[in-house]
Design a protein around this ligand. Structure first.
Ligand code: NAD
Ligand code: WQD
Length: 341
């Protein structure tokens, strides 16, 4: 299948492109490189043995998208499905710049759907997030749990999910899959591609990796007085290669037109901040100093997925452990201490 991957130069997108090509799909990437580097795609090309078809484009650029769809069609390989990763994802930044978040995230979705409509492409897989559950009413979280995002970033995801539900219900043949990722971590086992945050990492694993490699002094653990076994926050860390395989499964098993398929992509198991630090330190064989800091505003005690829909409907299950994710992150971090730069 010819798959258009928006945001394909980014962290999850680049790993998914490797997996799609490995599964025999034809891939075209559009990305404006606002949070990534073309070097990731060059390395994807190295890993897959073929250069990646790439258009540097803002997804809100309607004319650019139209030209891309038209070129694919006239080459005899029309785009058949879209995986839509492109967007902004920093929770804290979204609180300060909500308008930019709605503009980029919701604006991109609207323009992309309009261009897909006119190009006759009716199949979309969308990167949603467990953040739509906000402070979850129960764990593990099933897909029918209430959607109550607690920040502007999460609300952009909820708005796009709503838009896609309406599109699916329009009676015009759309097949929509909404994938809600939990906490993506890890890197390709080659150590050639991985997560490359700019500035201070917001997420735990990249921060731990930068401490382990000596770029930062210690990890601040945001709270040790949560109602969890060791008092630190519990999350569902899903290896990015498993996540990539989840996208291939979603393409292989689209829902019938009418109602979107909503699927949690997680492992189904939670790990605490202390467990993550301990596992990373053991796997890397280096100390990871930490201190206990105050809670981070907006954090919840525990968040992990009920993965039964993914197993039953997609036939997909995460195979890689937290130790695998730490080992792969460490390999990537050690061989690329400054990421792609
Ligand atoms: P990322 O920032 O590495 O990748 C996003 C890519 O989209 C980047 O390459 C960026 O340059 C590109 N992009 C941004 N705005 C664009 C635009 N207007 N036009 C074209 N390209 C644009 O992030 P990621 O971690 O790979 O996340 C991918 C998707 O998954 C995002 O939609 C994110 O919200 C979602 N998600 C991520 C996580 C996570 O923790 N990483 C969790 C849940 C959901
Ligand atoms: C994990 C745990 C922190 C950093 C975020 C987004 C979510 C989704 C995934 C996009 C928590 C603790 C962290 C640190 C720490 N992204 N922590 N010290 O907050 O679960 O989810 O990324 O959709 O929307 O909110 O992930 O990696 O930031 O935190 O103690 O320096 O690690 O308190 O318990 P989070 P995270």
């Amino acid at each position: 299948m010819h798959v258009l991957v928006t945001g394909g130069a980014g962290y999850i997108g680049s790993h998914t492109v490797v997996t799609l090509i490995g599964a025999g799909h034809r891939v075209t990437v559009v990305d404006d490189l606002s949070n990534s580097s073309e070097e990731s795609l060059r390395r994807v090309g190295e890993l897959t043995g073929q250069p990646v078809a790439f258009h540097r484009l803002d997804v809100r650029d309607r004319r650019g998208l139209d030209e891309m769809f038209a070129r694919a069609a006239s080459s005899g390989h029309p785009v058949e499905a879209v995986i839509h990763f492109a967007g902004l994802k920093a929770v804290g930044e979204s609180v300060v710049e909500p308008v930019r978040y709605y503009d980029v995230n919701v604006g991109s979705a609207v323009v992309l759907l309009a261009a897909m409509h006119d190009a006759g492409v009716r199949r979309i897989v969308f990167s949603s997030s467990a953040t739509v559950y906000g402070d979850p009413v129960c764990v593990p979280i099933p897909e029918d749990a209430v959607v109550q995002p607690a920040n502007p970033y999460g609300r952009t995801k909820a708005v796009i999910e709503g838009l896609l539900r309406d599109v699916a219900a329009s009676g015009t043949g759309w097949q929509v899959s909404l994938l809600r990722y939990f906490n993506p971590v890890g890197a390709h086992p080659s150590g050639r591609i991985g997560e490359d945050p700019t500035g201070t990492p917001n997420n735990l694993l990249p921060f731990v990796a930068q401490v382990a490699v000596g770029r930062r002094r210690e990890v601040a653990i945001f709270g040790d007085d949560y109602d969890t076994p060791d008092g630190t926050g519990v999350r569902d860390y899903i290896h990015v290669v498993d996540l990539a395989l989840g996208h291939v499964a979603a393409l292989d098993r689209p829902p019938a037109p009418g109602t979107p398929l909503v699927v949690n992509l997680g492992t189904g198991t939670g790990a605490s901040v202390l467990e993550v630090i301990r596992t990373f330190s053991e796997v890397a064989g280096v100390p990871v100093p930490y201190r206990i800091a105050p809670r981070r505003p907006g954090d919840v005690a525990a968040c992990y997925a009920d993965v039964s829909v993914a197993t039953e409907v997609l036939g997909w299950k995460a195979q890689r452990s937290l130790a695998d994710a730490c080992a792969d992150t460490w390999r990537w971090q050690r061989s690329n201490p400054n990421g792609y730069r």
